[in-house]
Design a protein around this ligand. Sequence first.
Ligand SMILES: NC(=O)c1ccc[n+]([C@@H]2O[C@H](COP(=O)([O-])OP(=O)(O)OC[C@H]3O[C@@H](n4cnc5c(N)ncnc54)[C@H](OP(=O)(O)O)[C@@H]3O)[C@@H](O)[C@H]2O)c1
Length: 274
Amino acid sequence: MNHPTIAFIGAGNMAGSLIGGLIADNYPVERIWATNPLPERLESLQQTFGVKTTPNNKEAVAQADVIVFAVKPGELKNVASELSESLLQKNPLVISIVTGITCQTISKWAQCPDLRVVRTMPNTPALLRSGITGLYANHFVDEEQRTIAESILRAVGITVWLSNEDDLNIVTALSGSGPAYFFLFMEYIKDWAQKMGLTPEQAQLLTVNTALGAARMALESDKEITELRRQVTSPGGTTEQAIKTFEQGKLSDLIDQALNAAHDKAVELAKSIG
Ligand SMILES: NC(=O)c1ccc[n+]([C@@H]2O[C@H](COP(=O)([O-])OP(=O)(O)OC[C@H]3O[C@@H](n4cnc5c(N)ncnc54)[C@H](OP(=O)(O)O)[C@@H]3O)[C@@H](O)[C@H]2O)c1
């Protein structure tokens, strides 16, 4: 199936990014449907992208080979049960970008035990097509459908397959919440530079481009991150003083605790919603 018809159910921010990414990759617009309760949102999707739109989820599903659930977690139960009959009839590939809701829960809500579900965890840089998405497929999904799911999510960045669904909680704590960790670090560095006398513009430019340069080096070099860090930490130099201070303050323990807390919250949310 070269270009299956895709229906985005709940076309908000994330679905908008996916649609934009697919169209930038020359996906045929007539093969994309988007649903939303708000007429203004549908009009804007139609005008911006030229995709087909409807406020009626069942109408979109009836046209589609692939259904992308992109509503908020609290809405998914209603949406899945509303679509139960159509999903049972068609048994399409379902891709969920909804945080925390397991494949089993989606199948249960859709009353469709054999539902083919690829559950994904994208992150906000997807808005700039620079995201990274973890994907997990339940055992009803075949190879061709895995490829379809991957190619849709690749429209907004890199993809990483997981063989264990619980690992999506790790992905949530790492790359899902991760942009905020890096923002926090940049925020502190920028604040320090301003306190030391740089203008906000100078501090912002230096901070953001340092983060970008470091990320590019980590991405493009064949060296480990630890090795790159060692290379810029000359013995007796300025960087070493800062690194020693981080180590004395047990930054690595704090980071472990923070990511554990995010991970535990993802597990807890998944349990409470499911
Ligand atoms: N944003 C991220 O970085 C990110 C990252 C990973 C995963 N996610 C997950 O992606 C999902 C979407 O996030 P988002 O940021 O794109 O949220 P969003 O902008 O709020 O999009 C969800 C859209 O669904 C619409 N909707 C609500 N009920 C509906 C229904 N019954 N039928 C059809 N559409 C309906 C909402 O319309 P109204 O606003 O009118 O209610 C809204 O436009 C969430 O589950 C989130 O957990 C997001």
